[in-house]
Ligand binder design. Structure first.
Ligand code: NAI
Length: 302
């Protein structure tokens, strides 16, 4: 079994002043990566800022013999994203690894979900991933190497009451990944997705206390390190991780029903009659990209 080693690699971990990001940054540095510890240092709902969050983690990394620099930019702005990547290039010459991890929560049931809470959460999670990934991806493409990890959530993959803003933003990252896995393909830039569950300030009032005690971020970080490694050849994977449990979630498609010969338009009643067949996900297929889905239309297209 080969060892996972990041000597000579440069990593950016957004929101790594605390929680999961801090753990990813510490472990990457322990295995030789030079790390940009980005953190705005705001509150759980994204207000305020405090440089000490990033500074503390940089100190921890240095105390353990690793290399790191802090960055305090907001991931949700173009200037912030560019400056985070510039921090890596100025300090260490390039970007090999990007973990989009920064996150906030503003939970409300949907009818109470005011614009500012919708936009605020979208900005950090989805726009933030865009703002940081775009300049990082450009550098990776130039270097012919990159590993990107997006952080989604079970709230988006499966649904969670009161988190419409967060769930929508987190699923946006899956769409972004589906495209980046294709566009990064020939440049050896792989993009994968983490769906974690771990104790942090985001989950202290969500997880039952007995779960919170046990669910250390350390249990999640190993799969992130693997997805950031040279050894990981996959792209577009969505991996659930909690307490040493790891599994893949995927968007798959059922066999469906063909209700036409390619000429006759089906009626709504035919759709109703065939609803069970249309919605069955028995023997599902995975499509790696949109054109593959057209394959199922073969019989009708002839
Ligand atoms: P956390 O609150 O401990 O860490 C998030 C960090 O991001 C904080 O240090 C915060 O200051 C930073 N941050 C927030 N907005 C920022 C911005 N605009 N720019 C730069 N930094 C910013 O929370 P946790 O749990 O470690 O979350 C990490 C990621 O994992 C988030 O994306 C979260 O949505 C996701 N996640 C966490 C789960 C869990 O069970 N803890 C479950 C599913 C997803």
């Amino acid at each position: 079994m080969s060892t996972i080693d990041f000597t000579g690699r440069v990593a950016i971990v957004t929101g790594s002043g605390a929680g999961l990001g801090r753990c990813h940054a510490l472990e990457l540095a322990k295995r030789g990566a030079k790390v940009v510890v980005n953190d705005l240092g705001g509150t759980r709902d994204g207000t305020g800022s405090d440089d000490s969050a990033a500074n503390k983690v940089v100190e921890e990394i240095k105390a353990a013999g690793g290399e790191a620099v802090p960055n305090y930019d907001n991931v949700a702005t173009i200037a912030g994203g560019e400056n985070i990547v510039k921090t890596a290039i100025d300090a260490f010459g390039k970007v090999d690894i990007l973990i989009n991890n920064a996150g906030i929560l503003r939970d409300k049931s949907f009818t109470k979900m005011e614009e500012e809470n919708w936009d605020g959460v979208m900005a950090v999670h989805l726009r933030g991933a865009y703002c940081v990934t775009r300049p990082a991806f450009a550098n990776m493409r130039e270097n012919g190497y990159g590993r990107i990890v997006m952080t989604t959530s079970g709230a988006g993959l499966f649904g969670n009451f009161g988190q419409s803003n967060y769930a929508a933003a987190k699923m946006g990252l899956i769409g972004l990944t589906n495209v980046l896995k294709l566009e990064g393909g020939k440049y050896n830039v792989k993009t994968n997705v983490l769906a974690p569950v771990a104790a942090s300030r985001l989950t202290e009032d969500v997880l039952p206390p007995e779960f919170f005690e046990k669910m250390k971020p350390d249990f999640v970080t190993p799969v992130v390190l693997y997805m950031c490694s040279e050894q990981c050849e996959d792209s577009g994977m969505i991996i659930n991780a909690a307490l040493g449990y790891f599994s893949r979630s995927a968007i798959v498609t059922g066999p469906g029903a063909i209700l036409s010969d390619g000429k006759k338009i089906p009626t709504p009643e035919e759709v109703m009659e065939n609803w069970a067949k249309i919605t069955s996900i028995e023997n599902p297929q995975y499509f790696n990209q949109l054109p593959e889905m057209f394959g199922v239309l073969g019989p009708v297209l002839q």
